[in-house]
Design a protein around this ligand. Sequence first.
Ligand code: ADP
Ligand code: MG
Length: 353
Amino acid sequence: MYEGTDAIEVFHIKDDSQNGTFLDGVSIGKGNQKVLRHGATVALPWRVTKDTGETEDKLINFEFVKIEKDVFDEDWDEVLAKYELGKQLGSGAFAVVKKVTEKATGNVYAMKVVNKEKMASVESTRDDVLTSEVDLLNKLDHPNILKIHEVIDTKTKMFIFLELVRDGDLYDKLKREGRISEDDAREIFIQMADAIAYLHRENVSHRDLKPENILVQENPTTGAVEIKISDFGLSRTTQSNKAMETMAGTLDYCAPEIIAHFHTGNGYGREVDMWSLGVILYIMVSGAAPFGQGSGNDDLLDCITNAKFQFPENRFGDVSDSCKDLIKHLLVADPKTRYTADQSLQHPWIKDP
Ligand code: ADP
Ligand code: MG
């Protein structure tokens, strides 16, 4: 795909089959095309004939994994001298994340390797964007915001050593569990709203809140779920990049004013984070996205722009009215009347569960 004149890499899957193809558990629909992400599960129906002659319909699951081979050029020298490399933890548009052990201390970290060349081919921006984002993360200090241990900057790559979060991201958790209990969702929501309130006080907006960027782990002693917000625009800092995302199909968490911005150029503010938080809350308690359950992209745009969504009975039957009320205050098209992080933390669903 193209953003301006820059080519960006996006993988798609198109369903041409008669009996269905499923992407992360949802039918794609014949003739439809969806964005295929690293780690996505693609399932195809498969009819097995047993020894008894009976047939049984099953699904074969495939995982889409994008493999990139490491070429340990001289840019790696310092990293390899100081750290022992471990397994891959995840990957994003311009980065691969690996578990590493610091040789001097034995401490483990997550090492994010940002491919600066690849990033430059998409971002029509300067090199200092990355550096300023790292400076930003270094300045932030909140228990639910990922901390940086060290940065090694080289010609073609930036190695960012981050606090390791053990249990992966919220996207994988939701994929595994489908939906989570209201109590667990509340715990996660409070931590996110708290971190966002802090960010907004510091005049920072995240602008890319989605389950992939929320890392989770279980507290080993209490068993409580802890979250850390990551990916502070390390790869998505500029507005041009936001345009890229829109075209690449990650509209699910995107606030109406961001979409409007592409027509009007009016810009948007920190309120976009609270919209995304509303979408995440909706997904946590229901296991489904509020927008885009219909057919085409135009439909999706229309639903987001007008904040048109429902609480279908089959998914929200046992969700409390209080929780739905909070969602309704977050998925508000007008950013001025949308709840702020502080307001959300005062809502009865949080204060008086
Ligand atoms: P990108 O900017 O390319 O999206 P991210 O920072 O979101 O990169 O990292 C990509 C993935 O790597 C995340 O979705 C997560 O699964 C994993 N990951 C990132 N940071 C950590 C960390 N500190 N601990 C554990 N896993 C991580
Ligand atoms: Mg990410």
